[in-house]
Design a protein around this ligand. Structure first.
Ligand code: OFO
Length: 169
């Protein structure tokens, strides 16, 4: 594996593990707000991000590279409102999509077909990640300060479960 791809992949797996940290922190914020459905949704999201990070770990190892784990930044612990938290989640996913696109550009520049192929899973995944977060942001905007609306969204989000195989497929 070429050194600059190895370095960029190591940096990116750190970003995926930071995503896991960020969503776990949001889960704790929602739990403190007694929004248990949103807390459960964020916990599942955090687990998925860990799976994403591990996909990079496995790929680097499989290609004979070296994984160098880096320090994970501390995420925020409070948000102004559920909408503010989900808006940040959406913005964060857009940032991750941009990083994935940069990795694809690098893989193409280096003529690394295996890396290019590996990254296509993430290109598709990011479409879903952005769409899901954006949908929740729009729903929260629509209910505004209506507590009944908030409770309905909370209940709906609470039905999400973590399926390790699906998270990796
Ligand atoms: Fe790994 O998709 Fe979100 O960050």
């Amino acid at each position: 594996m070429k050194k600059d791809i190895e370095k960029a992949f190591n940096d990116h797996l750190n970003a995926e593990f930071f995503s896991a940290y960020l969503y776990l922190s949001m889960a704790n914020y929602f739990a403190a707000e007694n929004l248990d459905g949103m807390a459960a949704w964020m916990r599942v999201q955090s687990e998925e991000e860990r799976v994403h990070g591990m996909k990079f770990v496995d790929f680097i190892n499989d290609r004979g590279g070296r994984v160098a784990l880096q320090k994970i930044d501390q995420p925020a612990i409070e948000w102004k409102s559920p909408l503010a938290a989900f808006q940040e989640a959406y913005d964060h996913e857009c940032l991750i999509s941009a990083k994935i696109n940069e990795l694809v550009d690098l893989a193409n520049k280096q003529n690394d077909h295996a890396a290019h192929n590996f990254l296509q899973w993430f290109v598709s995944e990011q479409v879903e990640e952005e769409a899901t977060a954006q949908r929740i942001v729009e729903q929260l905007k629509r209910v505004g300060d209506n507590p009944v609306g908030l409770m309905i969204i909370d209940q709906q989000l609470g039905s999400r479960t973590f399926a390790p195989a699906e998270a990796a497929d």
